[in-house]
Design a protein around this ligand. Sequence first.
Ligand SMILES: [Zn+2]
Length: 157
Amino acid sequence: MLEFRAQSKKILLSTEAEKLIRSYWQRPGQFETGGALAGMILRDETIVITHAMVPSAKNKAGRFWLLQDREAQQLWVDKIFRETRKQSNFVGEWHTHPASKVTPSGPDKKRMDDLLKTSRLEIDFLVGLIVGMDQKIHCWIQHKRRSQKGFWFVGRH
Ligand SMILES: [Zn+2]
C-alpha cells in the first residue's frame, strides 16, 4: 500500500492499483492514457483506492491530452461495485503525463469539475492520480465546492 497524506486527508493506494498505474507510464513519443479509480471511504475518512482501471480502447488521446470514455468507465465501476458487494465505488481518475515534473493541467481540473457535477457520488471530492515519466505517482484532491477548499496536492511517490 502507498500512502498519501495532506491536510486532514489520508489516501491509500492498493499495491495492485499502484502497479497497474505505474506500468502505463508514458514512454517518449507515446500518447497519454488513463482510467477510472474505485475505492472506499473508511470511518476515519481514509480513502482506500482498491482498483485502477485498465485504459479503455475508446479513450481518445494525443501526446499532451486525453479524453477518457465515460461510458467505459461507468461499466467498469458498475462491475467493481457488484464484485465488491457495494464496497468500492468511483473515487476519481488516473492518467499519464509526458513529463517528470507533474501538475494537473487546466483541462485536468476542468475534467474533474465536470465529473463532480455530473456523477452520482456519495463523496464531495474526487482523487486525481498522475504518473509522470519518472514513474512517480502524483496525487491531488479536488473538492466539489471550489470556493471552500477547492483543490490541493497530496504528494507523490
Ligand atoms: Zn493531465
